[in-house]
Design a protein around this ligand. Structure first.
Ligand code: ZN
Length: 369
């Protein structure tokens, strides 16, 4: 039994982290996976079964159940292997980011066509691509509807006081949501192209997050300080300046080393949290209830909670850090973060629509109750 355990540990190790130096392996990915599976089959040899036959039957049942489970896992892995996916230890250094995601990596494509084609295959970037591709298309559809149909048929007949300022405020939000999720989906799609493309794609990804945060604050400040234009301008300018600082951190090479990963995430959370200052100021000036009406504050706060929860999950790399290899294809921290971004943007949009309704419906575009 001790023999078998040590063999299994060896087999498991070879599946997940590998026992060979990755740079020395020149064989095809599919061949490499076949070799990996062969090592797993080793414990099923005759001497191993002979040794088992002398054990109590309960242990044998447990053992056969665990063998069945392993067979199932092997067959799933074999399916993934057939798509020529790589294991973490087979990646070059520039692609090694999360050691808790053990498998499901696309090979380096060096081809935009191949990377785009992989959007329709299952690998560890599939959810990251589709979550933000669909999110981007949904917000783009809403934007086109709002501008070309909604404004003329819904807004104009109901709210005569609506202005170009309102259009601009909503356009900022939609621009932020569409470009953030669009850039993110593009980055995740092309991240296996080459080191050069992955590098600028990653910068685009971070820039998109900044554009979304700033684009979300603009309409919130516009409606929150609808009747205090000076404050609107000051806070608006400050948020844009902070956003530019975040962009600089994203694009400067010094801050892009893995050691600064948590630092970068913290700066982004800082940009998000910076919106707390004008909100507290607004509550101090108008009281919570009125500020909630003016800005859709409940929904804006929900948006903040969703962003912070998503960013924290991302920074902690939960759950894959606790259970390495279990969330390679579905359910890793980055995927969870993506869904939180979609949910946060949706919450913000609901808040902005409510703020618009209050300022132009109840208040008729005026400033006195
Ligand atoms: Zn992402």
């Amino acid at each position: 039994m001790a023999d078998r355990s040590s063999k299994n540990r060896e087999g498991s190790h070879s599946l997940t982290t590998g026992s060979r130096a990755p740079q020395q392996d020149q064989s095809l990915p599919s061949q490499r996976h076949m070799q990996t599976n062969v090592r797993h089959d080793a414990p099923d040899s005759e001497p191993y079964h002979d040794a088992l036959s002398s054990r109590p039957s309960a242990k044998r049942r447990r053992s056969s159940a665990s063998e069945m489970l392993k067979d199932t896992i092997h067959s799933v892995e074999a399916k993934i292997s057939s798509a020529f996916l790589l294991l973490y230890h087979e990646l070059p250094d520039w692609r090694r980011d999360n050691p808790s995601i053990l498998s499901g990596y696309r090979p380096e494509s060096n081809s935009y066509v191949d990377s785009i084609r992989s959007v329709f295959e299952v690998h560890n970037e599939s959810v990251n691509i589709w979550s933000h591709l669909l999110g981007s298309l949904a917000f783009l559809g809403l934007f086109v509807y709002a501008i070309h149909y909604g404004w003329e048929h819904v807004v104009d007949p109901r709210y005569e006081t609506a202005t170009k300022g309102d259009r601009l405020a909503f356009a900022c939000f939609f621009l932020g949501a569409v470009s953030c999720m669009g850039m993110s989906a593009t980055f995740h799609c092309l991240s296996n192209h080459s080191q050069r493309v992955q590098k600028w794609g990653n910068k685009l990804d971070y820039s998109g997050i900044v554009i979304l945060i700033v684009g979300s604050y603009v309409p919130a400040l516009y409606y929150g300080f609808y009747c205090a234009e000076d404050l609107m301008a000051w806070y608006g300018g400050a948020i844009v300046a902070l956003g530019l600082a975040c962009m600089a951190v994203s694009w400067l090479e010094y801050f892009r080393q893995p050691a600064f990963r948590t630092f970068r995430a913290s700066i982004f959370v800082g940009l998000g949290v910076s919106g707390v200052v004008p909100v507290i100021h607004g509550v101090f000036l108008y009281g919570y209830t009125l500020m909630n009406h003016k800005m859709g504050l409940n929904w804006v706060l929900l948006q903040g909670i969703l962003y912070i929860t998503g960013a924290t999950t991302y920074a902690l790399r939960f759950p894959e850090k606790k259970w390495p290899g279990r969330f390679d294809i579905w359910g890793s921290s980055h995927q969870i973060f993506h869904w939180f971004v979609v949910a946060a943007a949706t919450s913000h949009l609901v808040g902005m629509v409510k703020a618009f309704d209050w300022n132009h419906g109840v208040m008729s575009g005026g400033c006195h109750l």
